[in-house]
Design a protein around this ligand. Structure first.
Ligand code: ADP
Length: 243
């Protein structure tokens, strides 16, 4: 359902992605692991053209964008098939929790307000925030703010949710509540691609692990294989350092 074909990306003279091929099936929970600077976030951002690849094709469902000639409408269409959960939540500070979740539905998707409100209340319930809908982000803990970020993504009913290190800005005691929400929606069959350093979460929740280093996919496979019997030396060294 998602295919990345030969994605390259440079920032100036620095080559950050060097020919990425990746296939993701519907319902997959893909975890991307790798050392800092290996290109994980850039890859995630290329999937919805928050970064424009220098070369390659992104396919989501039946729709392909070739980076050589992407029209503005093509990029919008691709973005509509995805939603992103950011490391630093990126909530609107002057909007309430409910307004934050409704915003994308009403403004970008042109969903009627009543319908957007109903959908937003439903997903806020799913992330355990029904009691906070009229609060502002500053009144919430980091874990609660990130759960708003997840609700906002879910509300859009995207074909894939892209998580960019969703727990790395959180105090350790708040990580668990966010991971359990992600675990819950993964079980419901939502397709997701998650950049994370949470190894036990990766092992337990994903069905496809991708290990990146130096802008390439070094190794990928089922979590049991990657964690227990990595084939590549770089994967072994990384796992040894981090676990
Ligand atoms: P990771 O997520 O694996 O830590 P990133 O994708 O964030 O890696 O970054 C890969 C490399 O690209 C790093 O060297 C980083 O400094 C560089 N980089 C990322 N974004 C930009 C940018 N907007 N401009 C210049 N360099 C960037």
């Amino acid at each position: 359902m998602i295919r990345l074909n030969n994605i390259h990306k440079s920032f100036g003279k620095v080559k950050v992605l060097n020919g990425i091929h990746l296939t993701v099936e519907k319902g997959d929970v893909v975890v991307i692991l790798g050392p800092s600077g290996s290109g994980k976030t850039t890859l995630l951002r290329c999937i919805n053209y928050l970064e424009r690849p220098g070369e390659g094709e992104v396919t989501i469902g039946d729709f392909t964008v070739n980076c050589k000639h992407p029209g503005k409408q093509d990029i919008l269409k691709l973005r509509r098939k995805t939603a992103m959960v950011f490391q630093h939540y990126n909530l609107f500070k002057h909007k309430t929790v409910l307004e934050n979740v409704m915003e994308g539905l009403v403004t970008a998707r042109k969903v009627p307000k009543d319908e957007a409100r109903a959908r937003s209340l439903e997903v806020l319930d799913k992330v355990g925030l029904s009691g906070k809908i009229n609060d502002y982000p500053s009144q919430l803990s980091g874990g609660q703010q990130q759960r708003v970020g997840i609700a906002r993504a879910l509300a859009l009913n995207p074909e894939v949710i892209l998580f960019d290190e969703p727990t790395s800005a959180l105090d350790p005691e708040l990580v668990g509540e966010v991971l359990s929400v992600i675990r819950k929606i993964a079980k419901e069959g939502v397709t997701m691609i998650v950049v994370t350093h949470e190894m036990s979460f990766a092992r337990e929740v994903s069905n496809h692990v991708v290990f990146m280093d130096g802008g390439v996919i070094v190794e990928e496979g089922k979590p049991e294989q990657i964690f227990s019997q990595p084939k590549e030396e770089r994967t072994k060294q990384f796992l040894k350092r981090i676990t």
